[in-house]
Design a protein around this ligand. Structure first.
Ligand SMILES: Cc1cc2nc3c(=O)[nH]c(=O)nc-3n(C[C@H](O)[C@H](O)[C@H](O)COP(=O)(O)OP(=O)(O)OC[C@H]3O[C@@H](n4cnc5c(N)ncnc54)[C@H](O)[C@@H]3O)c2cc1C
Ligand code: FES
Ligand code: FES
Length: 467
């Protein structure tokens, strides 16, 4: 890649000019020779390669667990990587001890990843309860234990450390005192290394890399990560006039955590758990989810229902807007030229209620067979002023079903109108049969998902809809 970068690995600063782009995992294992970070699936699925990434988010150091097999080496400029060796530098930590005492480590291959994920939970500062702790390890797989002992280790840990100091500096001191982090490591975490920011001319924009590195495990092109300190708007979700502007570096994690988003779309955070896993959501951007142009991308379906528009910028800095609905041309093809990139995503700043449904073979960490979202804007008396129904997995591109949604407009929908909307939606799609489901099954799902949305949004209709 021939670009000089500066980053910290555990307690040591490195300035390197690697010859080629590669996943950080390869550099950690092969060049730094830190073999505690394991290579399992190399697709972001197993968590064996988990590290903690420290980066500046809106001017503050933020540390989160990420999968190093989907993390670009070029993206480390100005960042801090903590591996299991860094965590264990002063000996067995309380997280490891909990695993030892409960028999939560057998062959041990997955154990560094679990320890890293739980240590990241403590660094992040909570909330520390069983639900959040189990969510923190939702991106880690274990082939030996059957998870019972890992759950016990997790429960033991949160019992021992139910509360953490809110302030980051005080929390680091607490974690060092309790041995969760070595003091020498904690001392380095207050600031991040100064990035070199060597800009190379390239047309390839990188988001979190969670899709790119799965498709290109050995990339041959120069990538340009976000320098969010140079473009602070890229990390922000800001209100401008009557729109929310979501920067291109905003991750799934930050989107669902945003108070602005939660206030505008009440209950939207409940859908986060159905999308990817904690370490993937910590990196995956909304812009990358759209740019993939997958017909089943989950954030795309949510954003379509919310009426999103894209701000597209070209290499010369001029920009244009494009409605998300019109952005998809054909399977995996977006109406964006190769020298253009998504600069931001705009959604109307209108309070809407939204329902999201995803049908997949596994409840978590799986690709959708069919996914769908219905967003409704209601007047005080319950009249539906606006309804948008988005559906994925039934055509080469994600769809907006306007006719079906129009059936819901007007007075609070009756069961009869909801059933008509479901029938219209089903009639509007002609899905193909593939390994995830037959055409008939997908059509049936469309019908059922409209009913599922209606029951979530108007629970009083449940009995009539599901007699
Ligand atoms: C284990 C695992 C589970 C996953 N689960 C889900 C899931 O449940 N649901 C789901 O929808 N997806 C899932 N994904 C897919 C992926 O994480 C998402 O699509 C993610 O949003 C991609 O974002 P990114 O920032 O990582 O994109 P990247 O990998 O960085 O980029 C993807 C593509 O988009 C381009 N790109 C990125 N940013 C821009 C931009 N601003 N402008 C133009 N082009 C750009 C890149 O050049 C690249 O071609 C999963 C992935 C993994 C590895
Ligand atoms: S090796 Fe499996 S998540 Fe990275
Ligand atoms: S202990 Fe063997 S994979 Fe988890």
């Amino acid at each position: 890649m021939q670009r000089t970068i500066r980053f910290r690995l555990n307690t040591e600063e490195h300035t390197i000019t690697p010859e080629r782009e590669q996943p950080a995992l390869d550099w950690i294992r092969n060049t730094a020779q830190l073999k505690g970070t394991k290579e399992g699936c190399r697709e972001g699925d197993c968590g064996a390669c988990m590290v903690i990434l420290g980066e500046n988010i809106e001017g503050k150091p933020v540390y989160r667990a990420v999968t190093s097999c989907t993390l670009g080496l070029s993206d480390l400029d100005g960042k801090h990587i903590i591996t299991i060796e860094g965590i264990a530098a002063a000996g067995i930590t309380p997280v490891m001890q909990a695993f030892l005492e409960t028999g939560a480590s057998q062959c041990g291959f997955c154990s560094p990843g679990f320890v890293v994920a739980l240590t990241a939970l403590f660094i992040e500062g909570g909330p520390i309860d069983y639900h959040h702790a189990i969510t923190a390890i939702d991106g880690n797989l274990c082939r030996c234990t059957g998870y019972g002992s890992i759950r016990r280790a997790t429960a033991k840990l949160i019992e021992a450390f139910p509360e953490l100091p809110k302030d980051f500096a005080t929390r680091l001191a607490f974690l060092a005192e309790k041995g969760i982090l070595p003091q020498a490591l904690a001392d380095t975490m207050h600031t991040l290394p100064e990035p070199i920011r060597e800009i190379v001319s390239t047309t390839k924009t990188l988001g979190g890399g969670t899709d790119f590195f799965v498709q290109n495990p050995d990339p041959d092109q120069e990538l340009i990560p976000h320098y969010t300190d140079l473009e602070p708007h890229a990390q922000q979700i800001r209100l401008e006039d009557d729109r929310l502007i979501i920067g291109s570096a905003v991750t799934m994690r930050d989107f669902f955590a945003s108070e602005r988003i939660r206030t505008m779309y009440p209950g939207i955070e409940q859908y986060e758990q159905y999308i990817a896993s904690t370490p993937i959501r910590n990196r995956a951007t909304l812009a990358g989810n759209i740019a993939n142009a997958s017909p089943i991308a989950d954030m795309t379906i949510l954003l379509l229902a919310l009426g999103a528009e894209l701000i597209i910028k070209n290499a010369h800095g001029s920009s244009r807007s494009l409605s998300l609905q019109n952005a998809f041309i054909s399977y995996k093809k977006l109406a964006i030229e190769s020298e253009e990139r998504i600069d931001a995503i705009m959604i109307p700043a209108t309070t809407v209620r939204i329902s999201f449904e995803k049908v997949s073979k596994r409840e978590h960490l799986d690709i959708a067979t069919v996914n769908s979202a219905l967003a409704v804007e209601e007047a005080r008396d319950g009249t539906i002023k606006q309804a948008r129904l988005a559906i994925g997995g039934v055509a080469p591109i994600p769809l907006i079903l306007e006719e079906a949604a129009a059936m819901l407009l007007g007075s609070r929908p009756t069961a009869e109108r909801i059933l008509q909307a479901a029938e219209r939606a089903q009639a509007a799609v002609s899905p193909i049969t593939d390994v995830r489901g037959t055409s008939e099954y997908r059509k049936r799902l469309v019908y059922r998902l409209v009913l599922a949305h209606a029951i979530r949004l108007w629970p009083e209709r449940e009995e009539e809809l599901l007699p």
